[in-house]
Design a protein around this ligand. Sequence first.
Ligand SMILES: O=C(O)c1cccc(C(=O)CC[C@H]2O[C@@H](n3cnc4c(=O)[nH]cnc43)[C@H](O)[C@@H]2O)c1
Length: 240
Amino acid sequence: MTTSAARVLVTTAVPAERDAVARAFTGPHEVRLPGAALLRTAEGYDLLAAGVGPAPAAAGTATALTAAALDGRPYTLVVSAGIAGGFQPMAPVGSLVVADEITAADLGAETADGFLPVTELGFGTVSHRPPNSLVRVTKQATGAHPGAVLTVSTVTGTAARASALLARHPHALAEAMEGFGVAEAAAAHGVPVLEIRAVSNPVGPRDRAAWRIGDALAALTEAFGKLVPALESWNPYDHR
Ligand SMILES: O=C(O)c1cccc(C(=O)CC[C@H]2O[C@@H](n3cnc4c(=O)[nH]cnc43)[C@H](O)[C@@H]2O)c1
């Protein structure tokens, strides 16, 4: 059971995504930190639009986590949220995806024999796993499909690239650009992480005009409207 002191940081890439999340709350107000500005809600959620890509996502999330810890009111959960590309036909446009694995899909080295993740070069990590109980609660509350969400620095624009990603990550449902950065910052602070995405476009040949951003943002608002009450009964110590 979370306590009334539960504090949740939600990191999005762009203000339009942050504002879609904010529409699920009552009366957020702005709080300025050195290096970041948050929308703070009455329900104990801070909403941050940190920028596009894993680097600004990690920097902004770490800034907010550090500020909260120094303030003596650390976050109990960090959520990476926004729109995403969905692998077809598993994650149709308009559907929701919750990450049971957050994987940096292009962090590594290209070799004559194919892609090598940094872990095979002897460095760091390429995956974070949100607690199973958290994924389960999110699925039950919102109907989001659980699967791997890939973090990429380059949006996939060809069928060949989509197939190559799926061959390396058969469990992948979606790709976005921030989850791994958010998860790295959360892990550095020992705080659990969740990633929830609304699918705005198929992963594959680039057709920006076909992105259904409005529908995806509406799905994100609806998802948070259901997720926030559900998280009140989530026990952060339940790692089943
Ligand atoms: O133009 C707009 O109105 C607008 C409103 C909200 C969001 C955007 C974005 O462009 C967000 C970029 C953000 O979305 C993720 N994303 C979405 N589709 C993909 C994809 O196919 N591959 C990778 N990332 C995707 C990503 O996290 C970006 O940061 C625009």
